[in-house]
Design a protein around this ligand. Structure first.
Ligand code: GDP
Ligand code: PGA
Ligand code: MN
Length: 617
C-alpha cells in the first residue's frame, strides 16, 4: 500500500494494515496516531475500515476472549451480550470535565479544569495505558459522509467493544479517511479503558479502571476519555462529540447540537410534520421516537432517538438531521405493551449490555414481558429467580442497534440536508406541577421554558434516582460551554428564523403522578393524542386556554376516544397551582443567579412576566 506520513513501526509494535488512502490530510492523521501510540504504547495498531468482515472478526474475538456472550442465533441472530464491571454501568458526570481556556466558558453547570493542568493529570494515566492491547483507529462521520450538516472525527480506542459499538452508532469507514485526506477538519478523540496488560497477564471480561476522566477540550476539538468502557463514556462520537464538542462548534457557526429525538408525524390527511423533542436521559426519547399512535389514521416515522443537529436554513426554517446511525437505548421498560417498535428493531444484530440472560440463550429485562421467566442469569452473571428480590437487568442496561433496522424508520432518515422542523418539545420527568402539555407564546417564551426544565434523576447517570434537578433543554450534562451563553445562542438562532416559519415550542410531561403515586397519563402510544393537539395548534385548527405558564388545551380538544382517563385525573394533569409555580419561579431565579449576570435579559423579563401573571391568577 502507498504509505505516506511519518509512521515508523518499532520492533515492539505491529502497525496492522495501513489504509491506502493518500492525501495531505492523511499526514496529520498519521502523525497524530503516532503520537497517541507513542504515549499509550499498544502492542498493535489496527486501522478500522468498517467492513462487514472486520466487524465479524472483532465480534468473534470478543467471544473467544470472554468479553461477549453470543446469543442463541435461533432467537437473536448476530447478537451479543456484554456484562460490564458492576462499577461501570452509567455516565460518570462527576468525572466529566470541560477544559476550556477560561473557566467562565465552561460555566457553573460543568466541571471545569484548566487545560494545562488536566493534561498534566491525564497524560501520565495514558502513558502506557494500552500496553499489551490493540489500539484501534476508527474514522467516523456524524451525519452522512460529506453532508452539509455532517462532521467527522477519529476515535482511537483500546476497546473492541467500543469499536463494534461505534460501528453501529456512526458511519465508520474508508470514505471518512478520504474526507480527511482531502483536508476536511476532524475531531480528535482518544479512549482507553486504563487497563494495561503485562506480558502473560490474563485479560478480564470488562477491563476498566477505578479512576475515570472524560475530558473535553473545546478550543482544540479533542476528547480524552480514560478508565470507563460504558457507552456514554466510551462511544466518544455520541455525547462527547455530537453534543459537548458539537454544541461549541454550533455556537461558533450559528447552529444547534441538541439532545433531541426527531420524528415525522403523518396525519390522516397525509400531511407530514417534523418534531424534535428534548428529554433528559431515560425520560422517553427513544419511546417517542418510535411512537405507534393509538389514534386511527396517524403514523410516525422515526428519524432519530437521541441527538439532533439543527441549522437555520435560507428559507427561515430550522433544518435538522440525526447525526447518528444507531440507537443506544435503555432496555428496561421496553416491551410489547410500551415500545413494540423497539422490540421489533432488536430482532438481531444487536449488542446488549447488562441485560439478563435466559437459559435458552436469549435475553430478558424488566418490562420486556409482563411475567419474568422462572430462571435467569442476572446482569452480573449470578443465578436469578423472580424471588431474588432484585432486578435481573441493570436499570441502565442498554441495546445498541442500527437505525436502519427500525421497522418505522423514515426512508429518507439519512438525507444529508435533514428535515424542516414544525415543533420543538421540551420535557422531563415531573411527578408534580408540570402539565401534560403547554404551549409557549413565542420563541423567547419557548427558550425560557427550555431553560427551566427540571427532571427527576434516572439511572442513566450516577446519582440518587428520583431527586429533582434542573436540566435545561435536557442538556445539563451535555452542553460544552456556559449554559447561560447557550440560552443566548438559542435566542440568537430564533432571530434568524422567519417569524411564521419558526417551529412552535411546547413543554410536555408524561410522568405526572396522582397522590397515590400512579401515573395519571397512560403515555407511550397515547402520547399521539398530545401530538395530535400540537399539530392542530400549528394548523390553527384549535384554540387554547391562556394560563400563567402558557397555553393549555381546551378539554374538548384533546382526543381521548378509546381511552379511559378519569375526569379527576385529567383535571390534575392540567392543574396549574400558582403558589407552587411561584416557588418554581423562585428556583428559576436562584438558578439564573448562579450564572453571575450572564443570563440574557429577555429571559429575566420572561421570569418577571411569569411572576406577574401568577400573582394575578
Ligand atoms: P431515553 O433515554 O430518553 O431515550 O428514554 P426511553 O425512551 O428509553 O425511556 C426511558 C424510560 O421511560 C423507560 O423505562 C420507558 O418505559 C419510560 N417511558 C418512556 N415513555 C414513557 C411514557 O410516555 N410514560 C411513562 N410512564 N413512561 C415512559
Ligand atoms: P441516553 O444517554 O440515556 O440519553 O440515551 C446515553 C448515555 O448514557 O450516554
Ligand atoms: Mn434513548
Amino acid at each position: 500500500p502507498a504509505i505516506t506520513g511519518s509512521t515508523r513501526p518499532t520492533a515492539a509494535r505491529t502497525y496492522g494494515e495501513l489504509p491506502t488512502v493518500a492525501g495531505e490530510g492523511m499526514t496529520a492523521l498519521r502523525e497524530w496516531v503516532d503520537e497517541i501510540a507513542a504515549l499509550t504504547k499498544p502492542a498493535r495498531i489496527h486501522w478500522v475500515d468498517g467492513s462487514r468482515a472486520e466487524n465479524d472478526a472483532l465480534l468473534r474475538e470478543q467471544v473467544e476472549e470472554g468479553k461477549l456472550i453470543k446469543l442463541n442465533p435461533e432467537w437473536r441472530p448476530g447478537s451479543y451480550l456484554a456484562r460490564s464491571h458492576p462499577s461501570d454501568v452509567a455516565r460518570t458526570e462527576a468525572r466529566t470535565f470541560i477544559a476550556s481556556e477560561r473557566e467562565e466558558d465552561a460555566g457553573p453547570t460543568n466541571n471545569w479544569a484548566a487545560p494545562d493542568e488536566i493534561r498534566a493529570t491525564i497524560t501520565p494515566l495514558f502513558d502506557g495505558s494500552m500496553t499489551g492491547r490493540t489500539m484501534y483507529v476508527v474514522p467516523f462521520s456524524m451525519g452522512p459522509v460529506g453532508g452539509p450538516l455532517s462532521h467527522i472525527g477519529v476515535q482511537v480506542t483500546d476497546s473492541a467493544y467500543a469499536v463494534t459499538s461505534i460501528g453501529i452508532m456512526t458511519r465508520v469507514g474508508t470514505d471518512v479517511l478520504r474526507e480527511i485526506a482531502g483536508g476536511a477538519p476532524w475531531v480528535k478523540t482518544v479512549h482507553s479503558v486504563g487497563a494495561p496488560l503485562a506480558p502473560g497477564q490474563a485479560d478480564v471480561a470488562w477491563p476498566c479502571n477505578d479512576e475515570k476522566y472524560i475530558v473535553h477540550f473545546p478550543e482544540t476539538l479533542e476528547v480524552w476519555s480514560y478508565g470507563s468502557g460504558y457507552g456514554g463514556n466510551a462511544i466518544l462520537a455520541k455525547k462527547c462529540f455530537a453534543l459537548r464538542i458539537a454544541s461549541v462548534i454550533g455556537r461558533d457557526e450559528g447552529w444547534l447540537a441538541e439532545h433531541m429525538l426527531l420524528i415525522r408525524v403523518i396525519d390522516p390527511a397525509g400531511r407530514a410534520y417534523h418534531i424534535a423533542a428534548a428529554f433528559p436521559s431515560a425520560c422517553g426519547k427513544t419511546n417517542l421516537a418510535m411512537l405507534r399512535p393509538t389514534i386511527p389514521g396517524w403514523r410516525v416515522e422515526t428519524l432519530g432517538d437521541d441527538i439532533a443537529w439543527i441549522r437555520p436554513g435560507e428559507d427561515g426554517r430550522l433544518w435538522a438531521i440525526n447525526p447518528e446511525a444507531g440507537f443506544f437505548g435503555v432496555a428496561p421498560g421496553t416491551g410489547e405493551s410500551t415500545n413494540v417498535t423497539a422490540v421489533e428493531t432488536l430482532w438481531g444484530n444487536t449488542i446488549f449490555t447488562n441485560v439478563a440472560l435466559r437459559p435458552d440463550g436469549d435475553v430478558w429485562w424488566e418490562g420486556l414481558t409482563d411475567e419474568p421467566p422462572a430462571e435467569l442469569t442476572d446482569w452480573e452473571g449470578n443465578p436469578w429467580t423472580p424471588a431474588s428480590g432484585r432486578p435481573a437487568a441493570h436499570p441502565n442496561s442498554r441495546f445498541t442497534v442500527a437505525a436502519a433496522q427500525c421497522p418505522q424508520i423514515a426512508d429518507d432518515w439519512d438525507a444529508p440536508q435533514g428535515v424542516p422542523l414544525d415543533a420543538i418539545l421540551f420535557g422531563g420527568r415531573r411527578a408534580t406541577n408540570v402539565p401534560l402539555v403547554v404551549e409557549a407564546t413565542d420563541w423567547t417564551h419557548g427558550v425560557f421554558m427550555g431553560s427551566n426544565v427540571s427532571s427527576e434523576r434516572t439511572a442513566a447517570a450516577e446519582g440518587t434516582v428520583g431527586e429533582l434537578r434542573r436540566d435545561p433543554f435536557a442538556m445539563l450534562p451535555f452542553c460544552g460551554y456556559n449554559m447561560a451563553d447557550y440560552f443566548g445562542h438559542w435566542l440568537k438562532v430564533g432571530q434568524k428564523l422567519r417569524f411564521d416559519r419558526a417551529p412552535r415550542v411546547f413543554q410536555v410531561n408524561w410522568f405526572r403522578k396522582g397522590t397515590d403515586g400512579r401515573f395519571l397519563w397512560p403515555g407511550f402510544g397515547d402520547n399521539s393524542r398530545v401530538i395530535d393537539w400540537i399539530i392542530r395548534r400549528i394548523e390553527g385548527e384549535v384554540g387554547a386556554v391562556d394560563s400563567p405558564i402558557g397555553r393549555l388545551p381546551h378539554p374538548e380538544d384533546l382526543d381521548l376516544d378509546g381511552i379511559d382517563v378519569p375526569q379527576a385525573d385529567l383535571d390534575e394533569l392540567f392543574a396549574v397551582d400558582p403558589q407552587l409555580w411561584l416557588q418554581e419561579a423562585d428556583l428559576t431565579e436562584e438558578f439564573y443567579r448562579t450564572f453571575e449576570g450572564r443570563v440574557p435579559a429577555p429571559l429575566w423579563a420572561e421570569l418577571a412576566a411569569l411572576r406577574y401573571r401568577l400573582q394575578r391568577a
